[in-house]
Write a protein that binds this ligand. Structure first.
Ligand code: SAH
Ligand code: SF4
Length: 388
């Protein structure tokens, strides 16, 4: 959905201001390393979890786990993009690494800053595909929305990303690098801001890129790297039912599910995979999901005017979710040029939300930040219908 983001400022900010592009351009050595990687078949060390890296370092270099941990810390704690910068490794080892491995990642091309402080990072893969990642300020939090694929093959009728065919899966290194670039953008802004939450709600269906998404999560949660807490991370899926249980067992992050409809016919019209994994199968998988104690599944519901925003819909949703440990997040539709749906009125959104609140559900509304900005992914602006 994030590609519907409206760019308000294409102009670089003054130095010291958010969005000032000082140092954003990739240092040329590292940029060329990443571009060279487009044709490289060498293993991408940055896509390996620490366990995988230790196995590789032992097998290919005959070096210890201690060495692997050093490399991991360089890659994921300090965001190194070049073996040459790993100064506590011996020169011969660095040279060896250079010839037998590569460091995957992205090149930061541009940062656009919206009037409300939301920043969009435009990033390029080694194959020249462009993706985006958004940093959204909310109260005292900063949430980053990352992409997991270039395009998406699920084909939801209301989503701009779906207009783009799936070009490819992102590697774990490319997912994690969105976070490292965001850290750098915030560091350069010099206002002491730090990311507090991470949502996989940008371009792509995370569960369709299962291994790389799980790898990126293990990497980002590793205490030798970013050490991000699992409670601060949410992965959103359109409902790839057969992969849900395994996902929950692999990584204990928060799960968001895009329900978006109140009955099968409606959901199949919006999300084509509902014809295969219908609401009955989806709800069974959600009830069986290995949810950690005191956690709840976030149920996302994109509200489309005159399509799924009636009280009858709210009533069906209340029935569907009965007994599920969940909270509901209503997302008023963010229109994009050529979209056939419209955003419902605020009154309808409130009415729908209140109906669910009256039946005991926790409901939040995710408005895009200000009317002057189009859609951005993962906007949880705390506009609560009911307190959590
Ligand atoms: N593929 C995953 C994650 C990316 S989409 C998924 O579908 O869950 C993240 C969220 O944005 C989903 O809940 C999706 O339903 C919602 N979304 C997509 N396009 C939107 C739009 N134009 N307006 C509002 N929400 C949208
Ligand atoms: Fe868009 Fe998510 Fe549907 Fe893919 S699965 S088309 S990203 S809403």
């Amino acid at each position: 959905m994030s590609s519907a983001f409206t760019i308000l400022s294409n102009q670089p900010s003054p130095p010291g201001q958010p969005g000032h592009p000082a140092d954003l351009a990739e240092p040329s050595a590292a940029a060329s390393a990443i571009l060279k990687a487009a044709t490289s078949t060498l293993p991408d060390l940055k896509s390996m979890t620490r366990v995988e890296l230790a196995t590789w370092v032992k097998g290919s270099l005959g070096e210890s786990t201690f060495r692997a941990n050093q490399i991991f810390r360089w890659l994921h704690g300090r965001g190194a993009r070049d073996f040459a910068t790993m100064t506590d490794l011996s020169k011969p080892l660095r040279e060896k690494l250079e010839s037998v491995a590569r460091i995957g990642g992205l090149v930061l091309e541009d940062v656009k800053v919206a009037r409300d402080g939301t920043r969009k990072l435009l990033l390029k893969t080694s194959q020249g595909d462009r993706i985006e990642s958004v940093i959204i300020p909310m109260d005292d939090r900063l949430t980053q929305c990352v992409s997991s694929q270039v395009g998406c093959k699920i084909g939801c009728d209301f989503c701009l990303t779906a207009r783009m065919p799936l070009r490819r899966n992102l590697a774990a290194s490319e997912i994690a690098d969105q976070v490292y670039w965001a850290n750098k953008v915030l560091e350069d802004a010099g206002q002491g801001e730090r990311l507090s939450n991470l949502v996989y709600m940008g371009m792509g269906e995370p569960l369709d890129n299962f291994d790389q998404v799980v790898g990126s999560l293990k990497i980002l949660m590793d205490d030798h790297g970013q050490n991000m807490g699992s409670r601060r991370i949410t992965v959103s899926t359109s409902g790839v039912v057969p992969k849900l249980e395994r996902f929950g067992k692999e990584v204990p992050v928060n799960l968001a599910i895009s329900l978006n409809a109140s009955h099968d016919e409606q959901r199949s019209a919006l999300i084509p995979i509902n014809k295969v994994w219908n609401l009955e199968k989806l709800m069974a998988a959600l009830h069986a999901y290995p949810l950690a104690p005191r956690r709840r599944i976030t149920v996302e519901y994109v509200m489309l005017k005159g399509f799924n925003d009636s009280l009858e819909d709210a009533s069906r949703v209340a029935r569907l979710l009965r007994g599920l440990r969940c909270k509901v997040n209503l997302i008023p539709f963010n229109p994009w040029p050529g979209s056939k749906y419209e955003r419902p009125t605020g009154e309808n959104v409130d009415r729908f939300g209140q109906f669910l609140v009256d039946r005991g559900y926790t409901v939040t509304v995710r408005y895009s930040k200000g009317d002057d900005i189009g859609a951005a992914c993962g906007q949880l602006d705390g506009n609560q219908v009911a307190p959590e």
